[in-house]
Design a protein around this ligand. Structure first.
Ligand code: SF4
Length: 607
């Protein structure tokens, strides 16, 4: 098949059996690749009720038809599994250089099954594939492990590895690559850890066939030219995602002290230009990226370097825990990366624990003597270590804020900022109804990247609860994740505003199949509905209640900042859901109606 590696690599870790099978053409037709393949194989192959930490769960790693080709940012792959954090669908995207090598090794997906009896790493060098002993690597941080592999195997090998967080079963453990890129969310690293796979190392030299070489070159060049000519290129390259820190602070969206406010009095010292001036050494990008958003930074105070921090980390390990010094935030970022835990969930868990401490719900007896107050940088560093090693209070926080708050009780559930068990990423949504709905209905829990709708809130009127906002969220949810399906970065469209129509001839030239954006959005809709059904299949009683946001956003108006006194009323939250379900073709309890499944060609698959 043009545009594909052509093979699925299946690795049974229990038996050590490794096999390859051709990528099924009908799955490529209906789900295209990347996140689409992940959703399909998860639904089809992981049995109902499988324990996320048991041998029946699988970790599915998939590239898309653009991966490894000369298309802007075509270095993305998707990690899908049943989430140990949420009990539902997890899908996390990884950038960097890993995916291109995967494709050059002739692989569209790797499916890890079972549990290895001992620590191993998966070695792939074109057709040479085996499991190798990783006992000497177990317990080591991601950065030293990657360095060790590069020294041993050569720079041409790309490495995806877990850290102690994944080994110790932290529910939000990440998978790290290229010294600073992560598949961070939903516990994909936890599943890799429980399977005892320390790392995947890959190198390939094969060609990827394309249907129309001249057309591919022309369409690829047109995309790169559009990026090069984009007005937004310079600021994006200078600041990357940190470009929005100041904006979020000004509009009241910067999570502050466990989302109790959306503006941070110390925010200005976290802004992109301050970071650029104080700590950034150089820019760093993924495979084929014309607009590198990665910032490589030096923290003189700590004599250390890190890739980052990017916006989400600044929000969650900065303002959300009361830190205002960019070097401190960057060091917290480095600790999380090296220990292999998600910076967003870690920042949320620590922010929640700090609020518990300041309210007297947790005491020094619980914290092991740590003064767990907002703004205490040493407490943040200590808690990151404790979470990754599951020590003391860290063991509780390693479960995520939903489970931790249920155990602690005393009203702390109300300020556990999560949806479906996933900690909300870094946008405060007290009065931003489209963004709130985006979090409520996101397919993995409260994550921003499916539908980044907050700018639309400001455009339309932030407290408006109108059908257009709901339609916008649905459109974004169907459309934006398609970049994860195709295996390319969405940020050239989002940040450089390049015309999305430029991708259409590129996809046709690569695969030989003409699909316009309407066709692609239908695939996005299909995947969205399939994953919704997955949640319902795996969680008894799944429905509307699962889409409710943290009560903080409809009960507790911030006391400070530009959103002081503002919330979304509970009746408006319900109204948003009513409109969303109706527009999606779902029942009033939020489940896809049979006619919707029929329309999307899913009836047979889910029967
Ligand atoms: Fe990677 Fe950033 Fe470039 Fe996207 S914009 S491909 S995330 S470096």
């Amino acid at each position: 098949m043009n545009g594909y590696g052509g093979n699925i690599l299946r690795v049974n870790l229990t038996t050590g059996k490794i096999s390859k099978e051709p990528t099924p053409p009908d799955v490529a037709r209906d789900f295209i690749g990347g996140r689409g393949f992940g959703a399909y194989f998860l639904f089809k192959e992981v049995p109902k009720g499988a324990d996320p930490l048991g041998p029946e769960n699988k970790l599915i790693i998939s590239s898309g038809p653009f991966s490894g080709l000369m298309i802007p940012g075509a270095g993305k792959c998707d990690f899908t599994t049943k989430s140990p954090l949420t009990g539902g669908y997890a899908s996390s995207s990884l950038g960097g250089l890993f995916t291109a090598e995967l494709k050059y090794a002739g692989l569209d997906s790797i499916i890890l099954e079972g549990i290895s009896p001992k620590p191993v790493y998966l070695f792939i060098d074109d057709d040479k594939v085996d499991l190798r002993d990783a006992s000497s690597l177990w317990g080591k941080g991601t950065i030293s492990v990657e360095k060790e592999f590069k020294e041993k195997l050569g720079e041409e090998f790309q490495v995806a590895t877990i850290g102690p967080g994944g080994e110790n079963g932290v529910s939000f453990a990440s998978i790290n690559h290229d010294y600073g890129r992560q598949a961070g969310r939903g516990g994909v690293g936890t599943v890799m850890g429980v399977k005892k796979v320390k790392a995947i190392v890959v190198h390939g030299t094969k060609s990827i066939s394309v249907a129309d070489l001249a057309g591919y070159r022309q369409a690829g060049m047109a995309l790169f030219k559009a990026c090069k000519d984009a007005e937004g290129l310079k600021p994006w390259q200078d600041f990357g995602t940190t470009i929005v820190v100041s904006w979020c602070d000004e509009v009241g969206a910067l999570p502050t002290r466990n989302f109790s406010a959306g503006s941070f009095e110390g925010g200005k010292t976290l802004y992109g230009p301050v970071m650029r001036e104080q700590i950034v050494i150089t820019d760093k990008g993924c495979f084929g990226c014309p607009s590198p958003c990665g910032k490589y930074s030096r923290m003189k105070r700590y004599n250390s370097n890190v890739e980052g921090p990017e916006y989400e980390t600044i929000g969650m390990l900065g303002s959300n825990v009361g830190l205002s010094d960019i070097q401190d935030v960057a060091q917290a970022n480095l600790l999380c990366d090296d220990l292999g835990i998600d910076t967003i969930s870690a920042g949320s868990a620590i922010g929640w624990a700090m609020e518990c401490y300041e309210k007297g719900i947790l005491t020094q007896k619980d914290t092991g003597g740590i003064e767990l107050k907002f703004g205490n940088v040493q407490a943040v560093f200590a808690m990151i270590e404790k979470i990754a090693r599951r020590e003391g209070l860290g063991a509780l926080l390693a479960e995520g804020v939903k489970k931790a708050s249920k155990k602690v009780g005393k009203g702390s559930e109300k300020f556990a900022i999560q949806v479906k068990g996933m900690e909300q990423s870094a946008y405060a949504t007290h009065n931003a109804t489209a963004m709130l709905l985006s979090y409520m209905t996101c397919d993995v829990g409260a994550h921003h990247n499916r539908a980044w709708a907050i700018t639309y809130d400001l455009q339309v009127g932030r407290d408006k609860v109108v059908p257009e906002k709901v339609a916008r969220v649905i459109w974004l949810q169907n459309f934006r994740p398609m970049f994860d399906v195709l295996g390319a970065c969405r940020l050239q469209w989002v940040e450089l505003s390049i015309d999305r129509e430029l991708y259409v001839p590129a996809l046709e030239a690569v695969t030989g199949v003409h699909r316009n954006w309407q066709d692609l959005e239908k695939v996005g809709d299909r995947i969205w509905n399939l994953t919704r059904l997955y949640w319902a299949r795996e969680n008894e009683g799944f429905g509307r209640e699962w889409d409710m946001p943290a009560p903080r956003f409809y009960e507790e108006p911030p006391k400070t900042g530009v959103t002081a006194g503002q919330i979304t009323k509970l009746e408006d939250v319900q109204k948003l859901l009513d409109m969303y379900y109706e527009q999606r073709g779902w029942t009033p309890n939020g489940l896809p109606a049979p006619t919707t499944l029929e329309r999307l060609g899913l009836s047979a698959l889910v029967a």
